[in-house]
Design a protein around this ligand. Sequence first.
Ligand code: AMP
Length: 209
Amino acid sequence: MLGPPGAGKGTQAARLAERLGVPRIATGDMLRMEVNSSTDLGKRAERYMRRGVLVPDEIIIEMVKRRVSQEDCQGGFILDGFPRNIRQAEALEDLGTVDIVLYLEVEEGEVVERLSGRRSCSNCQAVYHVRFSPPMMGGKCDRCGGDLYQREDDREKVVRQRFQTYRESTQPLVDYYETKSVLEKVSGDGTIEQISQNLLKVLQSRGLL
Ligand code: AMP
């Protein structure tokens, strides 16, 4: 899944993963778990994440390599938040074939509103929005009852930096994957359900469903 911060990658990747019966590998979630557990990796990553810039490639590539070598990934997986630059994309080529890159397109103005209202579950990482997809019980996760919180990097100043990082490092992947004929653009505007349907159609058209 490719797209700017707040495009809905996490939400859609989780739905697709369930539908396809494959794991979703979200490097941001993995890093946040490392940070919460105060591991060495978490401590190294935190200073970058807090500023909204990319964690060094060596750390991320090693983490993804280890994850995709696990048993549950052998039938395929959905990557959410990786690769974030050309170097990571090249590293991914050593790990297997990229069947499809789903590029979720949204306007920057729209995304700022989405991110500022976003709330995440501190336990299972499910994502909510105070206006667009509120939890049934205020402040609690519908799925597991965990406490919802606002990610530190969803605050406005960091959001701006994340955007700049996206434009400089990640956006070039659109051309990179277009050239390889694996890119499919899907509008990130609309309801969660509509967008899911559009993504499924694209997968179907490529014979992946
Ligand atoms: P995300 O949850 O995908 O928005 O990621 C949150 C933060 O984790 C990013 O702003 C980066 O600091 C870091 N991060 C996540 N994925 C990567 C990646 N593939 N490469 C480098 N940094 C990453």
